[in-house]
Design a protein. Structure first.
Length: 404
C-alpha cells in the first residue's frame, strides 16, 4: 500500500486523507523525505532556498483568550502586562532596517483596551515614517477579536486596516483546525476552525496574501493533523491566497497544558515526518518554511531535505516561543551558512516570495546578531503616553487611563 501511494506521489498525483495517514503511519522516514524532496525539486528546480529579514514584534502580551498552551500571555491588569508605545515600535523598525530588514511580523494578545483606532493610528504612523516598510500583521483570531470589540465584521476590519497600511496577514492562531481539539486547547472561543478559515478567505478576497500554520503535538490525533492540512488545501484550491505553510511542535514548558497532561516536546524525527507529509498533502502550496526557531539550526537545515524550500525569518526578536523555553537564534550569516552547507543557494525574499537578492551581509556591513531581542527589558513597566487617547474597556484599563 505504501509503495502504491509513493508511486502516485512521484507521478504527481494528489493523495487523499486516508492515503496521507497511511504514509505518515507506515512509510519509512527516508521515503517520506525522498517524496517531499522530489516535490520540492519539481517546484523549485533552481535550488534556491529563501529567507526574509524581518522582525517578530509582539505589541502586547495582555490577552483575554487564555489558551492553555500559551506561556506568553498575561491577564488584564497583570503587573507583567505591557503595550508597546509607538516610539518603541519605531526604534525596533530602525534596528530592523539597519540589518537589511523590510518588514514587521506584528502580532499580540487579545487586549480589550486597544480599539481599532489604535491599530489604524499605529499603521498610519509607521507608513508615514517608513513608506516602503511592510506590515505582515494580525493573525485571524486578532482580526476576529478586533471585529467583536468594535462591533464590526472581519471584512470591515480588514478593509479599514488595509487602508491604514496592512500589507499581509500571518497564519498564527490556527493551531489545529479541528474544533474538538480547539475546545480542549481553550482556543475555540478566540476562533473556531471555520472562523479562522473565514478570515483568511476574506483576506484573500480583499487581495491580501497570507501564510498558514499548524502547531502539532498537543492533544490532536494524527488523523486530525491531516484534517487540518486538508482544510488548508481546500481553501487554497478556492482562493490561491496562501504563500507558504509553516508547522512547528508545541513547546510545553511553563504552559498549563504541558503541566496538566505532562506533555513533552515532539521529537525532531516527528517534526521532519510532519513537514514531509505537509509537502506531500499541500500540493498547491509553493513554499514550506523550516521552523528552526523551535527545532534549532541543524534540524532546520535537515528540513531542506524533507520538503522545505525556505528558512523563514531572521526574526531579530522573539517572545512567544521563548516564554515556553525555546531560545534558538540564527542571524543572516548563520542561516546562509546552513543553506549553503546543505547544497542550496540562499536568496533574500519578501513576504510574497519575490527574490530581492543575495545575502545582505555580502553587500554591506551588517552587525552580527547572536541572541534574539525581546519586546522589552525585564522590569520595564512603562505605559505609553498615547494610550490615554484611546478608550479602555476593562476596569483596570480605565483606571490606568485616569492615572495618566
Amino acid at each position: 500500500m505504501v509503495e502504491q501511494i509513493a508511486k502516485k506521489v512521484r507521478d504527481g498525483g494528489r493523495v487523499d486523507a486516508a492515503e496521507a495517514l497511511e504514509l505518515y503511519r507506515h512509510a519509512p522516514t527516508h521515503l517520506l523525505g525522498s517524496l517531499a524532496d522530489g516535490i520540492r525539486a519539481r517546484k523549485h528546480p533552481e535550488r534556491y532556498v529563501t529567507y526574509i529579514i524581518d522582525r517578530n514584534v509582539n505589541y502586547t502580551n495582555v490577552c483575554v483568550a487564555r489558551c492553555n498552551f500559551c506561556a506568553f500571555y498575561r491577564t488584564v491588569g497583570s503587573s507583567d502586562g505591557y503595550v508597546l508605545g509607538f516610539e518603541e515600535i519605531f526604534r525596533k523598525i530602525d534596528e530592523t532596517i539597519a540589518v537589511g530588514g523590510n518588514q514587521l511580523l506584528l502580532q499580540g494578545g487579545h487586549n480589550p483596551d486597544l480599539p481599532i483606532a489604535w491599530y489604524e493610528d499605529l499603521f498610519r504612523s509607521i507608513k508615514a515614517r517608513y513608506p516602503e516598510f511592510r506590515l505582515h500583521a494580525l493573525s485571524p483570531p486578532e482580526v476576529l477579536h478586533i471585529a467583536k470589540l468594535n462591533q464590526l465584521t472581519p471584512p470591515q476590519v480588514i478593509e479599514r486596516l488595509v487602508a491604514a497600511g496592512l500589507d499581509s496577514i500571518p497564519g498564527g492562531g490556527a493551531e489545529i483546525l479541528v474544533d474538538r481539539v480547539r475546545k480542549l486547547l481553550n482556543c475555540y472561543g478566540k476562533a473556531s476552525s471555520d472562523e479562522w478559515l473565514g478570515v483568511m478567505r476574506d483576506a484573500h478576497h480583499a487581495g491580501l496574501r497570507t501564510t498558514a500554520t499548524m502547531m502539532y503535538g498537543t492533544v490532536e490525533t494524527e488523523a486530525e493533523r491531516i484534517e487540518h492540512m486538508m482544510r488548508l488545501r481546500d481553501l487554497q484550491d478556492e482562493t490561491g491566497g496562501f504563500t507558504a505553510f509553516i508547522t512547528w511542535s508545541f513547546q510545553p514548558d511553563h504552559t498549563e497544558l504541558g503541566a496538566q497532561h505532562q506533555l513533552s516536546e515532539a521529537t525532531g524525527i516527528e517534526y521532519l515526518r510532519t513537514l514531509a507529509l505537509s509537502r506531500i498533502v499541500l500540493d498547491n502550496f509553493d513554499n514550506l518554511q523550516a521552523s528552526w526557531v523551535t527545532q534549532g539550526g541543524k534540524v532546520g537545515q535537515l528540513s531542506l531535505a524533507f520538503g522545505a524550500n525556505d528558512m523563514g525569518s531572521v526574526m531579530i526578536e522573539e517572545n512567544v516561543v521563548r516564554a515556553a523555553g525555546a531560545s534558538y537564534c540564527m542571524d543572516e550569516v548563520e542561516i546562509v551558512v546552513n543553506v549553503e552547507d546543505a547544497g542550496f543557494v540562499p536568496k533574500r525574499r519578501n513576504m510574497h516570495y519575490e527574490i530581492l537578492g543575495d545575502p545582505m551581509f555580502r553587500e554591506r556591513e551588517v552587525p552580527r546578531m547572536l541572541e534574539l531581542a525581546t519586546a522589552r527589558a525585564d522590569g520595564d513597566a512603562s505605559v505609553p503616553e498615547e494610550l490615554r487617547h484611546y478608550p479602555a474597556r476593562s476596569r483596570q484599563g480605565k483606571a490606568l487611563r485616569l492615572a495618566q
